[in-house]
Design a protein around this ligand. Structure first.
Ligand code: FRU
Length: 507
């Protein structure tokens, strides 16, 4: 395990560190678990997506970044851009925790863009001389893709009526008024969302109050992280990462989970009225802190990225190599029948290259795999008769139910994923199986595999299950079973540049 000592955890990136990071990057790139079409940390650890927006004809995504190892050390922001949400380029560090209010990190936040300028609202994780945490909400701008400037004054100072846990501002503009939704903990240790507003981005932010979510007057767990509010079609959607929601049968089995509520947001009364129950956003093992992009490219859907990981989890296989974390593949969110549907961003079709395997009605039409599991692939399963099925990805020779098992039981209408048979076990105290009842029956699966990730989109996005896997060299087989299935497997094209860009040219 690469260890990072306490002093190094507080290290801020300097120009003189570039050679060290280039060397770290070089060894990361040699990893068999490095992705080819997912955003991954240039070095060190990545967690939440931040500042996701569309500006100057490009998508801009930032991520929480600790450059010097696979630990949650002093957080920076790193910048990546894309023209299509599929092909991404590394652009260099965006925010360095160099100012007073950032002395314990530039924590998560969001963005809006106006003209050529991106406004980044984020949390300055500030600790005073007695190490007491006093979070300030800060602002930085990125102009013309090149110039970063930090605002001199915090937008929002600590709110004395809440505990030290106040962070992850989501900034939005609604009818010429700016709003910030802020994750917080009240003094009864309950998770809440605070709302602030202003007529100008830079100044005069006023505290409006707590967002009242009807039916949830007691708050959510002990803390709400990364709140997000999106208009999708005629509905408002509240997305957030509550901490401390107890496991409930098949739901909320990860240490921390992310959820959504569909409903109506009334900013005059600061009330969100849900139209249905709170639902988990993702039913896999590794998903947290989703954020939607501020954008007007698509009016039929929201665009979301998320951390392909969970706080307090460890990922020993890549931790040992000195890096950790990934982003999930960007998703399009829409609403159907009271549910949030999540599909891979539409240009993901362009990733599909050569057809490696085709079966129709259960009969093999073409097969270049001969039982071998491709490390990066997209799979599509049609299950017209809603039959039971079994897929074992990354299984070992002769091990019948090995690998990462995906099973559907048509009698129970239950989809089950099981990673207990893989050599590399992860965070097993939170279980090795996830399951899900699919009332409408299993009609289709789209499965995105990228070396150490498996994302399963069920029934065109009705449910998603995202999981990390770290197959070893001898876990290289695939087994497929099911009646009357149509199954296609494509090789994928690498689309995320894995370049050692530490500082942008002008920085
Ligand atoms: C969520 C989170 C945020 C915080 C950031 C720090 O994963 O804990 O609440 O801003 O990560 O990296």
């Amino acid at each position: 395990m690469t260890t990072v000592n306490e002093l190094d955890k507080k290290r801020m990136l300097m120009k003189r560190d570039v050679d060290e990071l280039i060397a770290r990057h070089k060894s990361n790139v040699a990893s068999m678990w490095r992705a080819t079409y997912h955003i991954q940390p240039v070095t060190g650890l990545m967690n939440d997506p931040n500042g996701f927006t569309f500006c100057n004809h490009k998508w801009h995504l930032f991520y929480q970044w600790f450059p010097f190892g696979p630990v949650h050390g002093l957080k920076h922001w790193y910048h990546v851009t894309s023209e299509d949400l599929v092909h991404w380029k590394n652009r260099g560090v965006a925010l360095l925790p160099s100012e007073k209010y950032e002395n314990s990190g530039c924590y998560s936040g969001s963005a809006i863009s106006e003209g050529d300028t991106i406004y980044l609202a984020y949390t300055g994780n500030y600790r005073d001389e007695n190490r007491v945490r006093k979070p300030h909400q800060l602002l930085a701008t990125l102009e013309n893709d090149v110039h970063y400037t930090k605002a001199l004054r915090p937008l929002i100072t600590p709110n004395e009526d809440y505990t030290e846990h106040q962070r992850d501002p989501k900034i939005v503009r609604i009818d010429d008024t700016y709003y910030i939704f802020l994750g917080a903990q009240n003094k009864d240790n309950k998770g809440v969302i605070l709302v602030y507003s202003s007529d100008s981005i830079l100044t005069d932010w006023q505290f409006l109050g707590e967002l009242k979510v009807k039916g949830y007057e007691d708050g959510f767990g002990f803390m709400v992280e990364c709140p997000d509010v999106e208009k999708i079609g005629l509905h408002d959607v509240l997305i957030f990462s509550p901490q401390g929601i107890p496991a409930d049968k098949d739901d909320y089995n990860n240490k921390y989970n992310s959820v959504y509520l569909i409903g109506d947001l009334d900013l005059k009364t600061l009330t969100f009225t849900p139209e249905g129950p709170m639902q988990e956003l993702d039913h896999g093992f590794d998903f947290y802190a989703p954020q939607c992009a501020s954008q007007s490219v698509y009016d039929d859907c929201a665009i979301m990225s998320a951390w392909f990981g969970v706080p307090d989890y460890t990922y020993p296989p890549t931790d040992q190599e000195g890096w950790s974390g990934m982003q999930t593949f960007p998703r399009e969110l829409s609403i159907r029948k009271g549910k949030l549907y999540q599909k891979p961003a539409r240009d993901f079709e362009s990733l599909k290259k050569e057809e490696l395997f085709v079966a129709r009605n259960g009969e093999i039409i073409s097969d270049q795999l001969h039982g071998h599991m491709p490390h990066a692939a997209i799979m599509h399963v049609d299950n017209p008769d809603e039959e039971s099925l079994n897929l074992n990805l990354f299984s070992r020779n002769y091990v019948i139910s090995g690998g990462f098992a995906i099973q559907y039981d048509k009698y129970k209408k239950q989809l089950r994923i099981d990673r207990s048979n893989l050599t590399n076990q992860l965070n097993t105290e939170y279980g090795t199986v996830r399951q899900l009842k699919i009332d409408s029956g299993l009609k289709s699966l789209d499965i995105l595999v990228d070396h150490s990730t498996v994302e399963i989109f069920v029934n065109d996005g009705e449910y998603v299950l995202s999981s990390r896997v770290f197959p070893t060299d001898d876990e290289h087989m695939i087994r497929m079973g099911g009646k009357n299935l149509n199954l296609m497997i494509w090789q994928t094209e690498p689309s995320v540049d894995d370049e050692a860009i530490i500082f942008a040219e002008n920085q």
